[in-house]
Ligand binder design. Structure first.
Ligand SMILES: Nc1ncnc2c1ncn2[C@@H]1O[C@H](COP(=O)(O)OP(=O)(O)O)[C@@H](O)[C@H]1O
Ligand SMILES: [Mg+2]
Length: 246
């Protein structure tokens, strides 16, 4: 079943006299439970596309339909609400709050959802937040839960940021170059975790990368270049994340 449909989606920027497209005329359906990778060189428009999917940005043209709702024309409050209910995001540099412990960073997500209230159009009655302990256990860091980010390695910080992202039980987990700051072995472990979240728990995961080795573990590889989709292919037998080389 398709969770999100992009219809002629573009995002343009105007700089002085000139305007240009960061993404142009994207048509794409993403299915529930799929592990999709968006692959392309730097500047191709990958982050822009991910930000549009996650309601961190709005398209300048086109329709973006999530579970039947066109979010393309949403205002800031509506987008905040959309994100609170539907989207978990993992960034290259973790974006944890340094003055909060790992546990507190993850627990914040509960507040985000609670603040958005019961009357949200996205409250369909079945999306429970996870206990922070459970989200942290899921990424294998229970013993370190009361550490501060500076007391954790890069890989551990990324695990906590994944715990934070899944704590909302989001319909969509978005990852922007999640292994970009990590060494090969730690990066593989993070990819394995993302692959398991999709393959074992049925979560919809969309990961952006410029690294073609990372794409071999996905169910689907969407290549972007010069703001456009160049190809879109399903992988019959994705590699296990622990077996890739880069
Ligand atoms: N906020 C912005 N203002 C102006 N230009 C932007 C902005 N965000 C991205 N761009 C431009 O859009 C293009 C695509 O950027 P981006 O989506 O970040 O690419 P990628 O993630 O594939 O490296 C680049 O040329 C970038 O400089
Ligand atoms: Mg980027």
């Amino acid at each position: 079943m398709s969770l999100i449909e992009l219809k002629h989606i573009s995002r343009s920027y105007t700089m002085g006299e000139r305007s240009f497209y960061a993404v142009f005329d994207i048509n794409l359906n993403l299915n529930e439970g799929e592990f999709a990778v968006i692959l392309g060189p730097s500047g191709a428009g990958k982050s822009t596309l991910l930000n549009l999917l996650g309601g961190m940005d709005s398209p300048t043209e086109g329709e973006l339909v999530f579970d039947g709702e066109n979010i393309a024309g949403y205002n800031d409050n509506q987008l905040t609400d959309y994100r609170a209910w539907n989207v978990g995001v993992v960034f290259q540099f973790y974006n944890l709050i340094p003055t909060l412990t790992a546990y507190e960073n993850v627990a914040l997500m509960k507040d985000v959802r609670a603040n958005s209230g019961k009357k949200s159009v996205w409250n369909k009655g079945y999306v429970e937040v996870m206990h922070p302990e459970d989200a942290i256990a899921r990424v294998g860091l229970s013993e370190r839960m009361h550490h501060f980010p500076s007391q954790l390695s890069g890989g551990e910080q990324q695990r906590i940021s994944i715990a934070r992202a899944i704590a909302k039980n989001p319909r969509l987990l978005l990852c922007d170059e999640p292994t970009g700051a990590l060494d090969t072995n730690t990066g593989r472990e993070i990819l394995k975790l993302l692959q398991d979240l999709s393959h074992r728990e049925g979560r919809t995961v969309v990961m952006v990368t410029h690294n073609s080795a990372c794409a071999e573990i996905a169910d689907r590889v969407i290549k972007v270049k010069n703001s456009r989709i160049k190809s879109d292919e399903w992988i019959e037998n994705p590699k296990d994340a622990m077996d890739i080389l880069w």
